[in-house]
Design a binder for this molecule. Sequence first.
Ligand code: COA
Length: 183
Amino acid sequence: MIVPDDVFRDRSVLHGEQVRLEPLGPAVLEDYLLALDDPEVRRLTGSHAEHDRTAVARWLATRHEHHDRADWAVVRSEDGAFLGEAVLNDLDPDNASCNFRILLAGPHQGRGYGTEAVRLAVGDAFARGLHRVSLTVFAFNARARRVYEKCGFVVEGRCRDVLWWDGRWHDEFVMAVLAGELR
Ligand SMILES: CC(C)(COP(=O)(O)OP(=O)(O)OC[C@H]1O[C@@H](n2cnc3c(N)ncnc32)[C@H](O)[C@@H]1OP(=O)(O)O)[C@@H](O)C(=O)NCCC(=O)NCCS
């Protein structure tokens, strides 16, 4: 292994100018459910599943037990409002890589919070010794792609017809950033 399989074990709050990342937990249940159930967020993340309140509560309550991933609450610095989540998951310790995903609730999009949250979370992965962080983004999600490119992610490929939504197929891009490339 290049990095330990519990590489995300010790986590403190990550502070940016507009947002901070805190370990995700049950305190944000109501706002988290609202974000997940937002129809536009569901489309942009390709979420077909209905969210069961009990299952989501259990999910939030158990995040701290998992040290091979980092689930962050994205919180606005000025007032502590819950904005969304940022996640480093699918750790591959033998190759020092992981996946990234993020979602912000509808009212909090387009204000620069996402860009800062990506930089904080992915920067934390590299600070822990990871070499590569990858993600997928649907081809119709131009805003997310722009944010990832601003942060240094590059498109590595296009997967065809991965999502069936609104009666048609949609492609997605695979993107990744390597250690030293984060902007
Ligand atoms: C994707 C997401 C995290 C981005 O965070 P955000 O706070 O909304 O984005 P920011 O305000 O930091 O930056 C948005 C950038 O995209 C640009 N942008 C906005 N709409 C755009 C569009 N339709 N096409 C291209 N660029 C666009 C903005 O101009 C800005 O770039 P700039 O700083 O160069 O001007 C957030 O919108 C989100 O969570 N969306 C819903 C879920 C989602 O899409 N998750 C990602 C799944 S892969």
